[in-house]
Design a protein around this ligand. Structure first.
Ligand SMILES: [Cu+2]
Length: 157
């Protein structure tokens, strides 16, 4: 029946923004995690949110991934106790909001630009512009569901 389609559409409209929120980012896209990629340019137009993940893909014999703090990032100096990822296909789930810094721990690679700095936002926390936009999507979703319910109701009357 046509009315069933309205209900499904309404539910899809509600769920879509929620599903779209967790994004998996392949760092450097098809260039992967390498020397000679501008990671600041790569990150510039992306919105990273809590729950999203970064996937570092690289030749494990040539590179690695180290999560560092801002000072280590600036100086390209990873502390000896820093968490080191070496699988060649490492997924990091962004658990908290704030600035995150990653670099390649192989000698000289960070200085050659193999470093990534991102800012992670928490969409669930009240923040001025990005989350109000998200709320707008959810609100319009609710409105469409309401409209679908109304159409459904009318179909029965
Ligand atoms: Cu490297």
């Amino acid at each position: 029946m046509a009315s069933n389609r309205f209900v499904i559409l309404g539910i899809a409209v509600i769920l879509l923004p929620t599903i779209a929120m967790a994004t998996e980012y392949i760092v450097g896209d098809d260039k992967g995690w390498n020397i000679g990629v501008d990671y600041q340019a790569w990150a510039k137009d992306k919105m990273f949110n809590v729950g999203d993940s970064l996937v570092f893909q690289y030749d494990a014999s040539k590179h690695n991934v180290v999560k560092v703090n801002g000072t280590a990032f600036k100086d390209c100096l990873a502390p000896p106790d820093a968490g080191l990822l070496t699988s060649g296909n490492d997924t990091i789930v962004l658990q908290t909001a704030g600035n995150k810094w990653y670099l390649c721990g192989k000698v000289g690679h960070c200085a050659k630009g193999q470093k990534l700095s991102i800012s992670v936002m928490d969409m669930s926390a009240p923040q001025p512009s990005p989350s109000s936009a998200a709320r707008g999507i959810v609100f319009s979703g609710s409105f469409q569901l309401l409209a679908s319910a109304f159409v459904l109701l009318k179909a029965f009357v």
